[in-house]
Design a protein around this ligand. Sequence first.
Ligand code: 5GP
Ligand code: MG
Length: 179
Amino acid sequence: MNKNVERILFTEEQLKNRVSEMAQEINKHYKGEPVVVVSVLKGSVVFAVDLIKQLDMPVSLDFICASSYGSGTISSGKLIIKKDVELDVEGKNILLLEDIIDTGETLHEIMKMLKGRGAKSIVTAMMFNKPARRKKAVQADFIGFDIPDEFVVGYGLDYDEQYRNLPYLGVLKRSVYEK
Ligand code: 5GP
Ligand code: MG
């Protein structure tokens, strides 16, 4: 285990099994209809890579880089789009992938934007859900795991751009960010 991780919440094996279950649920939902998968950079990339290999409908993949976090752990509640989707989403079924939903601000803003561009449908899949700090009600269609109100890293999630490569989800030691 990484020395800055206090404890592991989900092992690599548990994450893998849950992503497979989610893929089956998503396949059932779309019944072969084509989707545009929009992965929110950078955090959801690991989840996206694991998930799309198990989807059975025609899939196109795109990315959006929008965040409400800097290098700290508190959301400013403001969305900054650093990289927009490149595909035309009008009339398309969008499967929006997020690593984690915390306050809900990021997802709320991205959904609003995609709806405004005339997406036919928007379905959301989030690997982790932190319901304790929700500020905006969000449409959560597929959820990997609910987690407690703690700052987690690994499986794509970073602290100051580190730890995304950890294959498990762990709670970061408070001493790392409380200096
Ligand atoms: P929201 O807009 O829902 O408050 O925040 C969503 C984004 O905040 C996530 O995509 C993620 O980048 C970041 N975030 C929220 N909670 C955590 C956490 O516990 N760990 C990490 N690494 N990022 C988090
Ligand atoms: Mg993020």
